[in-house]
Design a protein around this ligand. Structure first.
Ligand code: GLP
Length: 240
């Protein structure tokens, strides 16, 4: 795993955005794996700024997001579909047909999971996957204990994850209990991966990731087995 130590959040975003933009410029048909949460928003802003200033085009790019809440339609302001439109897609030359996010309101969630896997596979695979990390080591919504062999599946959210994401919901009872997520095996099939770690609340999990052996108790530890992973962590995430 290559590790980049960024001075601060802005530098973390600069590194990640530069890598994504380089990927798209090298191959205008790139398949990008995208993430939500607080961490990637600054990266998306830099991609939008670059698109406006230098004209990097996303007209041939396809994207697959990691996850979506079960029960939230794409119009719901707390859905990841809404987040992606707001923070990125609405500002790039990319059409809805090019972007993929699991549907949290599919009538048959198992079929939705299989179709999502098939859709990723039909592109030839994700060229560059962006990941954040949960304080319990989850990536996507793959909570501790998830099988390393897992494909896209439905998960029950842990209390810790619900707690961390509650701020995105106006009413307590709106907080979903389940989500669809790419599995750990799905993520591992990506050709290159960038893991973003920002803020002092992530320092304990970064320390665990760098020091503990690979184990299903720490889902992100599966990345140790991948040959092209770059961890970008800002200074706060290093200070235990
Ligand atoms: C959510 C998402 C993850 C994300 C994590 C950390 O649970 N499903 O994909 O990595 O939160 O988010 P943040 O960047 O806000 O810390």
């Amino acid at each position: 795993m290559e590790i980049i130590r960024a001075r601060d959040y802005d530098e973390l975003c600069e590194h990640a955005a530069t890598m994504i933009i380089a990927q798209v410029q090298q191959n205008r048909h790139s398949v990008l794996g995208l993430a939500t949460g607080a961490t990637p928003t600054g990266i998306y802003q830099k991609m939008i700024a670059d698109h406006r200033k230098h004209g990097t085009s996303y007209a041939g790019v396809r994207t697959f997001n990691l996850d979506e809440y079960v029960g939230l339609a794409p119009e719901h302001p707390s859905s990841f579909a809404y987040y992606m439109r707001k923070h990125l897609f609405a500002h790039l030359d990319i059409s809805p047909e090019q972007t993929h996010i699991p549907s949290g309101v599919a009538t048959n969630l198992q079929v939705e999971c299989q179709q999502y896997e098939d859709a990723i596979a039909s592109t030839g695979g994700i060229d560059l996957q962006i990941l954040g990390i949960g304080i319990n080591g989850h990536i996507g919504f793959n909570e501790p204990g998830t099988s390393f062999q897992s494909a896209t599946h439905v998960v029950t959210l842990t209390e810790s994850t619900k707690e961390a994401n509650r701020r995105y919901f106006t009413k307590e009872e709106e907080m979903p209990t389940h989500a669809i997520t790419m599995g750990l095996a799905t993520i591992m099939q990506s050709k290159k991966i960038i893991l973003l770690v920002s803020g002092k609340h992530k320092a304990p999990v970064l320390h665990r990731l760098l020091n503990e052996p690979m184990s299903e108790d720490l889902p992100a530890s599966i990345l140790k087995q991948h040959s092209h992973v770059t961890i970008i962590a800002d200074e706060e995430a290093w200070n235990l």
